[in-house]
Design a protein around this ligand. Structure first.
Ligand code: ZN
Ligand code: ZN
Length: 332
């Protein structure tokens, strides 16, 4: 708990009303940061995954600050990933807290069955088009195992949108920062130029722009990497002293970090384009080449990255695509 206390103080030196609680997760990303904001309403930003360890760390951490779960008045979710929202229903049951989130988080938080069917049809088709072998299609089922294990059905009471003031926290403004997730929100307080950045900006790892189904359940899927790059640019233009992230240490040099991320990201786009110089390939084949040690274990993540770079090259008319037997083949 010593390091947790120290980290809590780092955030508090600049914002005495914002406390960081570091909760363990069973995922590769490591611990997740949950923030307690003492405003007009006692607010938790994110809650952590549904595990006994995370729950103990949350209750112990709140206890050290002198707050109990029962007193939490609202939970604001940065996005719908289970490492951030899994304990939501447990916190709500004990405290009666309201949930504030982006509307696109709702079907994941509610575990809406009709949406999940649509979600599976979308990914079955996407993976087929990408040339993913049939024996790898189990990754669609793995998604459901993940959310059913580390979260439980809950609900959202208040939908938040870009630039609105956070109810119960009048100094804080909502920023819609999609890309990593379609439901991703960040929070900004102009008085001390503090940002709570969720998984949008993380110091020690680059965030992934996960492919998600179309927002309106028809139409085309959002171009998540393009969104992510644009939302990063938006933040680079902002006057920010400190970003409190969903994982790891606070970011004190957000502009430098963002430009480094954008540069590295574009280098990967370039690498992909060079790979296509060797002959046409499917998105799955490109993923295996780009992430030889990671793609088998982390296929949704790495395939999202590959498709993101293909999207960028497509917008720039630097890639051609041909369809044969329902599979898309890319070339330059
Ligand atoms: Zn996330
Ligand atoms: Zn996360």
């Amino acid at each position: 708990m010593t390091s947790q206390g120290q980290q809590g103080r780092i955030a508090q030196e600049m914002a005495p009303d914002v406390y960081r609680l570091e909760l363990p997760t069973p995922f590769n990303v490591g611990a997740v940061n949950v923030y307690l904001v003492k405003g007009e309403k006692l607010t938790l930003v994110d809650v952590g995954p549904l595990t006994g360890e995370a729950w103990r760390a949350l209750t112990t951490g709140l206890d050290e600050i002198g707050v109990s779960v029962e007193e939490i008045e609202q939970v604001l979710l940065t996005h719908h990933h289970v490492d951030h929202c899994g304990l939501l229903e447990r916190v709500r049951k004990i405290s009666g807290a309201k949930t504030l989130a982006h509307p696109l988080a709702a079907p994941y938080i509610e575990l809406d069955e009709e949406f999940m069917d649509f979600h599976d049809r979308f990914f079955t088709e996407l993976y087929r088009q990408s040339g993913v072998p049939q024996e790898k299609m189990y990754i669609i089922e793995r998604f459901h195992q993940l959310i059913n294990t580390f979260s439980e059905a809950s609900r959202i009471d208040v939908h938040l949108k870009h630039e609105q003031i956070v109810p119960g926290l009048p100094q804080w403004q909502v920023l819609y920062t999609p890309g990593h997730s379609q439901s991703h929100l960040s929070l900004y307080r102009a008085t001390d130029r503090l940002m709570i950045g969720g998984d949008h900006i993380i110091k020690h790892i680059s965030s992934n722009a996960f492919i998600e189904p179309p927002r309106d359940r028809s139409g085309v899927r959002p171009l998540t990497l393009v969104q992510y790059r644009t939302a990063l640019q938006m933040c680079a233009d902002m006057d920010i002293e400190q970003v409190l992230s969903g994982h790891g240490e606070p970011v004190l040099d957000h502009r430098e970090l963002i430009f480094a991320r954008l540069r590295k990201n574009w280098e990967r786009t370039d690498t992909l384009r060079r790979m296509l110089g060797g002959g046409e390939k499917t998105a799955y084949e490109l993923t295996a080449l780009l992430f030889p040690t990671l793609y088998e274990k982390e296929l949704p993540l790495t395939l999202s990255e590959t498709l993101g770079h293909i999207d960028l090259l497509t917008i720039l008319h630097q890639v051609d695509v041909r369809e044969e037997g329902g599979i898309l083949y890319y070339s330059v």
